[in-house]
Design a protein around this ligand. Structure first.
Ligand code: PAF
Length: 284
């Protein structure tokens, strides 16, 4: 498996692959890879002969006081895992390679990214859409795989790709959970035993909501959210948001529709780790 560090080399390799008739899929990551990321590589391999995993801790998507400096960077182990999964190459550019000193161009999606994490983390999605654009222009992929764990991020990227006519097919891959239900995240490694136990309240609150909706499709959403809040706070979570939304537009629902896809999203901090989780429900 090759390690590529510069944009020029990455573009050259991708062009060669395309020239030989191969499809190229990219799995953008910030490293600290876990089973969730590896599942994205497996999805990528179903779509393309060549799979590039990008590993870049993108400074522009971290706000002040967030965990940029503490973000884990076990590069050797990440590369070993990518190799084991059969990735064709990893792209590991430096910050200087991705952001020239006088870099002054941003890509900014101005609707889907406004609420939820966008409201709590101003500038976060501008950082994501900008780096994803740069990664696409370096890797020149046919397909890009993103996890549904970051559901809003996936929706923002889909909108950006549609609006800017990127010739890239975006594929959303299912969220992967630990055996006890905790959504896999690189940030789980910040949790001590007690916080990890408390963090299970995120998935429990979603399970509770699914059961209630299954029992009664006229359930009052305000009451349901209040019950979910109790569950999360019972796990000592500092709640950021609980939202019940239309799955595609991410518009808030006042009542449950008779049919269609909805998504329930939660975010809360447990000690040093801000965690997110979500679940999809098909109604009707
Ligand atoms: O989901 C992530 O790990 C990051 O937000 C991404 C898409 C790699 C951009 O830095």
């Amino acid at each position: 498996m090759q390690q590529i560090k510069t944009i020029a080399q990455m573009q050259e390799l991708s062009k060669q692959w395309h020239f030989s008739g191969d499809k190229v899929a990219v799995v953008p990551t910030m490293g600290a890879l876990h089973e969730g990321h590896l599942s994205l590589i497996r999805v990528a391999k179903k779509h393309a002969q060549k799979v590039i995993v990008t590993i870049f801790v993108n400074p522009t998507q971290f706000g002040e006081g967030e965990d940029l400096d503490a973000y884990p960077q076990p590069l050797k182990e990440d590369m070993r895992l990518c190799d084991l999964e059969g990735a064709s190459a990893v792209f590991t550019p430096s910050a200087a390679e991705m952001y020239p000193k006088d870099s002054s161009t941003w890509v900014d999606e101005a609707q889907v990214g406004l609420g939820l994490c966008g409201a709590k983390r101003p500038g976060h999605f501008r950082g994501v859409t900008t780096i994803v654009t740069k990664l696409f222009l370096a890797v020149l992929p046919d397909y890009a795989i993103f996890g549904e764990k970051d559901f809003q991020q996936l929706a923002v990227i889909r909108r950006m790709v549609r609006d800017l006519n990127f010739p890239v097919t975006i594929i959303g891959a299912p969220l992967i959970r630990e055996k006890d239900g905790l959504a896999m995240s690189s940030r789980n490694r910040y949790l001590n035993t007690e916080q990890r136990q408390g963090a299970l309240s995120l998935s429990s609150s979603l399970k509770y909501a699914c059961e209630k909706i299954d029992e009664d499709n006229q359930v009052l959403l305000k009451k349901l959210k209040a019950q979910m809040k109790e569950i999360i706070e019972g796990g000592q979570g500092k709640l950021d948001y609980i939202e019940i939304l239309h799955a595609e537009s991410l518009e808030e629902l006042a009542i449950l529709p008779d049919s269609g896809e909805i998504r329930i999203l939660v975010a809360a901090s447990f000690g040093p780790a801000r965690l997110i989780d979500n679940v999809g429900i098909t109604l009707g």
